[in-house]
Design a protein around this ligand. Structure first.
Ligand code: GLU
Ligand code: ZN
Length: 503
């Protein structure tokens, strides 16, 4: 019997839904549909410290907005559930137990101090940092003694010392990687949760995934996965590693250079079908070279072998151009009106905004100028207004620190943003009201608009970040912002005063 095609996307719910997730989802879906198979959505939340349920719902919402549908997932029970890895802990632990029993995995009691020390030495000797197999040959007695004492431990996988791992990538053909290069990967952390590698393989097998279509950053992990399949006596799925999206300078697409959040594009007023079309045309060309195509059209003839291997460049100008074409060529005027209403010109949105605007309204014509920045992708800002009474260098620093600090906000809500600014002012030894005009300007280009924290909460993290960056960009382009060196100094200072950055 021909094997059914089952693909999956496996996002980790650790932040804002990323366009890279949409990109992978699109091709997984096109491949599944083309082969009359299914696509599964699995939430990989084994990193307990970083996973949040807000992020999980945001991922689902963002994919739904794009029109990406999955056949099984946390919200769509199927016979291979649960589809959230944190609910599969017992399965993962029992498989780890099996690997230990078989002698394919072993406990490692090394402290992080020891591991750091080893790492430092390896780097000093110009070796690739990796686990030195210190605990590989502990005796049964030693292991028991340590466990009885309650010493914390992880479980690591055993990797052959010699030979190479050979596998076929559907796009690249044969890939060979020396086993020597493969680390003795941790399979189970000291908190008892599996790592990505273990959980991913176990779940792909149990969910009967036939094709793993994922980003090329995972190629170097594939030998670990193949080895696990072998050790467990399971057939491995087919692998296809797709090229990652890139910034115009060819670096990996990052929010430092481009908005990467799916919601940025929704909130800035792009059409979901344009996003899909654009993501599609970045990695793929239809046989007839057509540029405008829908998900259905892509799926109809999709041939994964036609995926291009060059790093596709995410170009905002091209996306904008395509969006314009859709508005004029694909939608009727009635559709456009309907879409505008759906976007932001609706009761829900207005009810959200009005309470913050009411104080400042005298008649209705005040409403538009007052709130215009909430509907505008790039409100205009001027250097003079932006800086106000601040020293430009100081303004630049504040903008950058604010951008970093906002990454730490877990619940994007007015009160949390307010606390952040209070702390920011205190740490920078300024009064809140001294620093607020800068951010007012950065957000709205105006000195009078809605209360800042409410405005930021309505705009959402993606639009806010882009505005902070634009304001800083303006200072930099006038030569009064942060130089490369200045940025480095600031990063150090930031780390000391605020702790580690997240991005
Ligand atoms: N959880 C992984 C991620 O967030 C999934 C990678 C894979 O598809 O194997 O990218
Ligand atoms: Zn060890």
């Amino acid at each position: 019997m021909k094997q059914l095609v089952r693909t999956r996307i496996a996002p980790s719910p650790t932040g804002n839904p990323h366009v890279g997730t949409a990109y992978m989802a699109l091709f997984n879906l096109a491949f599944a549909r083309r082969n009359k198979g299914s696509m599964i959505l699995r939430i990989e939340d084994t990193d307990r410290a970083r996973s949040t349920s807000e992020s999980e719902s945001a991922i689902l919402d963002s994919l739904r907005w794009l029109g990406i549908e999955w056949d099984e997932g946390p919200d769509k029970p199927g016979k291979f559930g649960p589809y959230r890895q944190s609910e599969r802990l017992e399965i993962h632990q029992s498989i780890v137990g099996r690997l230990v029993e078989q002698g394919d995995a072993y406990p490692c009691f090394c402290t992080s101090e020891r591991l750091n020390q080893v790492r430092k030495e390896q780097i000093a000797n110009k070796e690739t940092p990796r686990y030195d197999r210190h605990c590989l040959n502990l005796s049964k007695e030693e292991i028991e003694k340590k466990m009885d004492r309650g010493d914390p431990y992880v479980i690591r996988m055993k990797v052959p010392q010699e030979g190479e791992c050979i596998f076929t990538d559907e796009l690249r053909g044969e890939v060979r990687i020396d086993w020597k290069q493969i680390d003795h990967q941790v399979l189970q952390k000291s908190d008892g949760y599996p790592t990505y590698h273990l959980a991913n393989v176990v779940d792909d097998h149990m969910m009967e995934i036939s094709h793993v279509i994922r980003g090329e950053e995972w190629i170097s992990s594939t030998p670990k996965h193949i080895l696990l399949y072998q050790q467990l006596g399971w057939d491995a799925p087919s692998f296809a590693h797709l090229p990652l999206l890139r910034n115009p300078d060819k670096s990996k697409l990052s929010k430092r250079k481009n908005p990467t959040g799916i919601f940025y594009y929704r909130d800035a007023g792009y059409l979901p079908e344009v996003m899909l079309n654009y993501l599609g045309m970045m990695g793929y060309t239809l046989p007839d070279q057509r540029e405008i195509f829908s998900l259905d059209e892509l799926s109809e003839s999709f041939d994964i072998k036609r995926m291009s291997l060059g790093g596709p460049i995410f170009d905002l100008a091209k996306l904008k151009w395509l969006n314009g074409r859709y508005l004029r060529e694909k939608l009727s005027e009635d559709d456009v009106v309907e879409r505008l209403i759906q976007w932001k010109l609706n009761t829900t949105k207005f009810k959200n905004i009005l309470p913050h605007a009411l104080q400042r309204l005298e008649n209705f014509s005040d409403f538009i100028p007052l709130t215009e920045f909430l509907f505008n992708e790039h409100p205009e800002i001027t250097l003079e207004n932006l800086i106000g009474k601040l020293d430009p260098g100081q303004a630049a620093k504040l903008l950058k620190i604010c951008e970093w600090e906002l990454e730490k906000v877990k619940n994007w809500h007015r009160d949390e943003i307010f606390c952040l600014f209070q702390d920011l002012a205190k740490t920078e030894e300024k009064k809140l009201k001294e620093i607020l005009p800068l951010f007012f300007q950065a957000m709205s280009g105006k000195s009078i608009s809605l209360p800042l924290f409410d405005a930021m909460s309505i705009l959402g993290p993606d639009l806010v970040r882009v505005r902070l960056r634009k304001a800083l960009g303006l200072l930099n382009s006038e030569g009064v912002g942060l130089s490369k060196k200045g940025l480095k100094v600031l990063e150090k200072e930031y780390q000391q005063k605020y702790g580690n950055r997240i991005d």
